[in-house]
Design a binder for this molecule. Structure first.
Ligand code: URP
Ligand code: ZN
Ligand code: ZN
Length: 469
């Protein structure tokens, strides 16, 4: 038997397709053994009795240090990823915005460089394609970043003022090229012409309070965009991933395409699973609740849960952007100007556990699929990430099912004083986070160091992709 560095003993292990009390032996940062380990030849043993042991969470959607709508979070990569690790995430998939005139490769490398210096968890990225002035350059850039081990791309169908909005032809070309190269296109699906047209109309009518955010971008704005994307996915055959699904109708628009075998996937985010547009009033509170797509109705929340249970939605992301209260307040006069986005990377895993497993009876296996395994499979990180199996990276999270935790900003570790879950209490919180065999968090104390996170090269595997449920 090889000498083990660490044994995680006796936890309720959530493996691929099974859940059982088991020991996990770790050697050289990898999982060496799963099952019953009768001997005790490890340097160190962790007693996991009474804990739920899951593969480290994979956040498919974060924006550390993103400059967006005139603001940049104060939170840096190290602070943000420490909070992610405390909340049970060991790998993050971020986004690299392309500046006008910049190559995709440069944008990607800049971000990987920054993350390499500061991230405490493993990471990859996706370039945000925003300069479509030279299509040939975009097509070449996609190949260059894929050669780097980054097979995902991001396109926005809205945010004209940010300079990110892609027209339909550009979107089509990117998807067709992704199909050719074997990449995957991640899409922010809101119809920019109608959504931003309505927003401008509301402002002209003097309807400038946060309560109009949802009315200016109603469900149909998102549904229309999803419908178009599905048609292009069908024509091109491109692997397609729609982020932050918020409407009750969206999963049913996508389901027939998935049922026909197209590689199309849906993500929702923790906030769409918990919060509603009731947060928009009074306006003093509403300013903190501006995100896109907007928060919806209670009926949408429950429909999204159903879609997660039934496999119509495959992942839960955080869409983490750690704006502070002051940053939201600075732009408070007109709702369309308030920087969109919520801090959420730390609460993604525990909140999905509490709302899904504890309150709604989701199985532990499904919970693990939506917070970890499916993201690894879709974005080419599997089986190195997202599964407890011999040969995989020893990224593990021990959840204490009895631990109660407040979601007030003062009790969280993200680099912001804003929590959109202020006043909420949940049960079930990570007691330990292990990254490649190193215990980096124990009882919310961080023991690692900035820069210990590694870039994970990705390759999407067709068989693995087909196994996503
Ligand atoms: O409101 C959001 N989602 N802000 C971040 C940018 C994006 O659209 O993902
Ligand atoms: Zn978005
Ligand atoms: Zn986002």
């Amino acid at each position: 038997m090889p000498k083990l560095d660490l044994i995680v003993r006796g936890g309720l292990v959530v493996g691929p397709g099974w859940t059982a009390e088991a020991d996990i032996g770790i050697s050289d940062g990898k999982i060496a053994q799963v099952g019953y380990i009768p001997y005790n030849s490890a340097e160190k043993t962790v007693n996991a009795k009474g804990k739920i042991v899951i593969p480290g969470g994979i956040d498919p959607h974060t924006h550390y240090e993103l400059y967006f709508m005139g603001a940049k979070p104060r939170e840096t990569w190290d602070v943000g990823t420490i909070a992610s690790a405390i909340g049970g995430t060991t790998t993050t998939i971020d986004f690299a915005p392309q500046e006008k005139g910049e190559t995709l490769l440069n944008a990607t490398m800049k971000q990987l460089d920054r993350a390499s210096q500061l991230s405490v968890i493993d990471f990859t990225t996706k370039p945000i394609i925003s300069d479509f002035s030279d299509t040939e350059r975009v097509m070449r850039g996609m190949k260059d970043t894929m050669d780097l081990g980054v097979p995902g791309f991001k396109v926005f169908m809205i945010y004209r003022h940010q300079g990110w909005m892609a027209d339909d032809w550009s979107l089509f070309q990117v998807m067709r090229r992704a199909r050719e190269l074997g990449g995957i296109v991640t899409i922010h699906a809101e119809n920019g012409f109608i959504g931003e047209g309505l927003q401008e109309e509301f402002v002209r009518m003097g309807k400038i309070e946060p309560r109009y955010h949802g009315e200016a971008k109603p469900n149909m704005v998102e549904n229309l965009a999803i419908t178009l994307v599905m048609s292009i996915a069908e024509i091109t055959g491109a692997r397609t991933y729609i982020v932050h699904q918020s409407t009750r109708e969206g999963p049913d628009i996508v389901a027939p395409y998935r049922n026909r075998g197209l590689p199309v996937f849906l993500e929702t985010c923790t906030h769409y699973l918990v919060l509603t547009d009731e947060t928009f009033d009074p306006p003093e509170r509403g300013i903190y609740y501006m995100c896109s797509p907007p928060l919806r109705k209670k009926e949408d929340v429950e429909a999204l849960w159903q879609a997660l249970f039934t496999g119509k939605i495959q992942t839960v992301g955080s869409d983490h952007v750690a704006f502070t209260k002051a940053q939201k307040e600075e732009f408070a006069g007109v709702f369309t100007k308030i920087p969109n986005g919520f801090p959420g990377s730390e609460v993604r895993v525990p909140l999905t556990y509490y709302e899904g497993v504890v309150r709604r009876g989701m199985s532990l296996n499904r919970f693990v699929e939506v917070v970890s395994t499916n993201a690894a499979k879709i974005f080419g990180l599997y089986p190195r990430k997202g599964v407890i199996a011999p040969g995989s990276d020893a990224d593990l999270v021990l959840i204490d099912p009895d631990k109660e935790h407040s979601l007030d900003a003062k009790d969280l570790h993200m680099g912001t004083d804003l929590s959109v879950y202020e006043g909420m209490k949940i049960k079930g919180w990570p007691s330990m986070t292990i990254l490649r065999g190193d215990i980096i968090v124990e009882d919310e104390e961080f023991h690692g160091r900035p820069g210990m996170g590694r870039f994970v090269k990705a390759t999407i595997n067709e068989h693995v992709l087909q196994s996503v449920r």
